[in-house]
Design a protein around this ligand. Sequence first.
Ligand code: FAD
Length: 398
Amino acid sequence: MTNTKTAIIIGAGPAGLMAAEQLCAAGFSVDVYESMATPGRKFLRAGIGGLNLTHSEPMEKFVPRYGAEAERFAPWLAEFGPEQLRAWADGLGVYTFIGSSGRVFPKYMKAAPLLRAWLRRLGEQGAKLHVRHRWLGWDGEQLRFATPTGEITARAHVTVLALGGGSWPQLGSDGSWVDLLAAQGVDTVPLKPTNCGFNAAWSDHFRDRFAGQPVKSVGLSFGGRRLKGEFVITKTGIEGGSIYALSAALRDAGNAVLELDLKPDWSLEKLTAALDKPQGSRSLANHLERTIGMKGVAAGLLRELSWPLPESPAALAARIKALPLPLLGARPLAEAISTAGGVAFHAVTDGLMLNAKPGVFVAGEMLDWEAPTGGYLLTGCFTTGLVAGRAAATWQKA
Ligand SMILES: Cc1cc2nc3c(=O)[nH]c(=O)nc-3n(C[C@H](O)[C@H](O)[C@H](O)COP(=O)(O)OP(=O)(O)OC[C@H]3O[C@@H](n4cnc5c(N)ncnc54)[C@H](O)[C@@H]3O)c2cc1C
């Protein structure tokens, strides 16, 4: 029997692997357990279409992205924020660059090279990875795992849970830990979708014609926030970057009415003057296209959401600049980019240890925070993984 301290990490996503790295560096013998056949499935999925690791904006803008938890995240991000994350990736031989929007990506855009290099380095540091080990909860002090060859138990001086949220369950994190922690008296806030799409009651005609099409350069207003961007019409409603940015407020409002500005770069006066030109014998569709360049999905939306259209040019211009789109709730959690809700912050210490389970720490998306897309999600997972791992490394049993 050696005196080496032992750590068990459950969940081989970005948060769990970052915690593992801290514990290896502190001299612990580290075992990482993962339910899937391979580690980092969601991280790899995030790399499809460009892994947005973090954001280059100044910290005064970066920290408030964590909304209600911004103050809590501030010291953590000061320790391991965007700059440190980029330096860390550099250390793995994965150089990053700042895209035109200020978002930070690895040079090759994908997650696989980074994950490969990271797993290799963790292996060299002594971490042992056990895939196809699904955590089932505790039996006294022992952690129970279902494996392909039957159930096993394991224990260590410290445990870090990094089991992810509840979105995209096919990638491994399915939120089933909520019941396991509730059974131990750990308070959780119900899991909710965030950075998600919303339902809308499209007519069959509109859905058949426009599902899959992007609505570009559109203004969106809700709850006092206004932004310009684009979104996609889906069979069930709408989704896309601009919708994700408003998703927390839209979700919390229930049946929200999103206001669209289909001509955000035109003033009301300019629009009214253009629409006031004689229509002659042209159809309204033709008139809209010739006078203000409106056609396709934008014209389709106008008809879908405001039929019959107002006759006077001034009223029509006003409608185009403030078109109400009633939403019928968020799409299910399984489809969302990320999860709000999770382990309540009052259930953990400043070092992310469960008050109800001394020696057990939590990190990543399973904690109750949310942030928009833009690299804030991964940064939040890395930083909480680092905090939990470091706190676990210095924890002493009372
Ligand atoms: C399509 C998509 C694109 C995204 N793109 C980006 C992006 O570009 N930038 C960004 O910042 N964020 C992005 N995200 C979000 C980001 O991927 C997540 O926030 C992040 O992966 C969460 O990290 P985590 O370590 O907390 O959890 P996860 O990555 O979910 O890892 C948790 C791990 O725990 C394992 N696990 C769960 N339960 C058990 C159990 N009982 N026993 C054993 N193991 C278990 C899971 O299999 C999983 O491997 C994206 C998400 C999606 C779905």
